[in-house]
Design a protein around this ligand. Sequence first.
Ligand code: AMP
Length: 578
Amino acid sequence: MMPVTFAQETPSVSFETLAAVAEQVRGTTKKLEKMALLAGYFATLGDNDLALAARYIAGQVFPRHDVRVLQVGGAAIVQTLVTLSGLTREEIAPLSVRLGELGEVARAILPGHLPETSVLTLAAVEMALESLAVTPGTKAKTNLLTDLIRRATLMEATYLVKLVSGDLRIGLKQGLVEDALARGFHRPLAAVSHAAMLLGDLGEVAVLARAGTLDRAALRLFHPLGAMLATPAATPEEALANLPEGWALVEDKFDGIRAQVHRDGDRLAIYSRTLDDITHRFPELHAPLRALPGPFVLDGEIIGEREGRVLPFTQFQQRLGRKTVTDEIVRDIPAVLVAFDLLYQGGDLLFARPLTERRTLLAALLQQDISLLNEGEGKGGAAFLAGKGTGERGNPVRLSRAQHVTAPDEIETLFVAARARGNEGLMVKLPHSAYTPGRRGAEWRKVKRALASLDVVVTAVEWGHGKRRHVLSDYTFAVRASASDPALLNIGKAYSGLTDAEIAELTQWFLAHTRQDFGRVRTVDPAIVLEVTFDAVQESKRHKSGYALRFPRILRVRDDKPLDEIDTLASVRALTAR
Ligand code: AMP
């Protein structure tokens, strides 16, 4: 499809109106009212402004498919506020804790420092944000941001800071904006959402919705789509609950990074789950992917694999962390793409086709053997990963193997086998399911098991963010040095797992047992024992213990456990070996 050309000659309107509408939307919790406000506002705008407003009101600076990012951090925003208000960083810090976000800080400290009348148009804001994205360096970005905010009214400054921070916090995400477009322009919501998914740009969708041409939206190669996500299943029974066909396809869950490959003619691109272009990071995948007949879009996971063995994610991560991908890195930590879905091929959008059919097409594209689909237990290692069909051995682009499963005990067996192969767990997929980009549904379920849990003690606490800004909700925790040495060594930080009531109660306790108050962070008496779980234990210089937990979550408060019975460094070390 050709890009939409905008038929607007009317001059761009003031950014202040958008800020005022956002403020009204923020003022009501009623969904219908929010949407009526938006629909009324959208109706007043020319095409260019409509596209910008639809994106900005959803908190998106650029279209989702766009690889540009602002890269303006909190430090740059705070410096801007310092320059414009004349306050110091130290004076601003407690305000930011109290108000929870910098947009509200701007509103509180900038009165009297900004013009009364608006001169900023939506188009002027767009230009400024584009320059911010392409300007390198914090200092230069800060100067540009300061110049922009200096020209804004107080209301505009408030919302510009929110937008630059990445969230307007007005209770309006992409879904509601889609809904508002559907209602406002009298189009079916499904058509709006479908166009938004294909185009990855709410702005363009808004213009098509108004014109009644949503059916012109088509998938565009080299515009990455959101990845389909999975719902966690805690047990094998849960993983196989509600199977419409009575069986599921089960694959290993590979512990690497999600990759969406677009290929057409000479062009090849690999996108990450965050829709960033990561093509250059995996040079060894280029030739095998170029060898496949395009055009196509496929979905998979890139993992590290050496001599037929899957590398632990922690090792693969060393490669991801490097700026330049040297020959040495490619040799030491070779990448493999395990493909598990085909979204588009030769002009056909395949989302709505059943998974089994998409997999058959994928196998044909890769010229790899789909007969593996219904085979029994694999022997492990590379053979399982690579399958046994023609052409895949030694090929870094492979079809993921899937099995036909009906009973929970099969899940148990496969899970153990997947772990033994070095994979993270299992993915359970409904055989007739469609591909739903960017959505987490029950069609895909993931079975991961936490390695173990550790009993730790809270040593420091931090004020939360957003809804949790008035409570101490982020906890740094430690283990004991050894059974005989009571020294406490920090090992991680967690902020999820407890109920609001538990957090409120703990907040009171921590306030009464603070040792040192550093503003955002307080050290506290080490007495609250938590049981935490995590995905992995890694060696790390970040904490005193020399280890860090990957994705720690709090399971419960262990009121029953005294401080001298918490886990020791030795038990942490034992877990790294697993
Ligand atoms: P999680 O990151 O825990 O939410 O799990 C979902 C992620 O698992 C996906 O985004 C993929 O990156 C990854 N994954 C690994 N293996 C598979 C597979 N066989 N099918 C689908 N996703 C997979």
